[in-house]
Design a protein around this ligand. Sequence first.
Ligand code: SF4
Length: 189
Amino acid sequence: MNIARILYPVKVLGPGNRVGFWLCGCSRACKGCSNPELWVQRPEYEIEPEQVFVLVKEIASKHEIDGFTVSGGEPMDQPKELARLLKLIMPISDDILIYTGYQIEELIARKDEWTDFILQNAAVLIDGPYKEELNDNSILRGSSNQRVHILNDRMRDRYQNFFTEAHNQIQNFTTADGIVSVGIHRPTF
Ligand code: SF4
């Protein structure tokens, strides 16, 4: 799979201390996208889900992992690889939040086993393309057209509390490639 970043602890894209994955590759070219550097896949970002899981286990051996957030790029353009990764990480936490520019109806209509597996096992799906003119500082959503689908009913209270209590915040990570700013950014950022 093509992954540009794995960060921990991500605190601003879902409840708790999360592992964040940024999958690389997206052809949507939304105006104002905050991750245009992730539109084109790079050979140096190729990694097997099993290798990603080694890194996740290393984090889990030292820290509490409260959930996973999958962003991009477009995660649902790599359904087979993402499904393989989900199978591995689900025993650590089943709070798996996935961002996608597709609408859930388009994903259901695919009728492929990998997409179905993801939809059956993700806790939350935030869907729809980013629209800069609809960026209204919503919690977890880049723009107000995007919808939050709680796919795992056991997560409903957890996320309702998060939506009630959380404030939109930006979290900066220092990485080997420089500063990576995580969160829902306003258009003026
Ligand atoms: S779908 Fe996401 S990653 Fe792709 S262009 Fe739109 S905002 Fe950027």
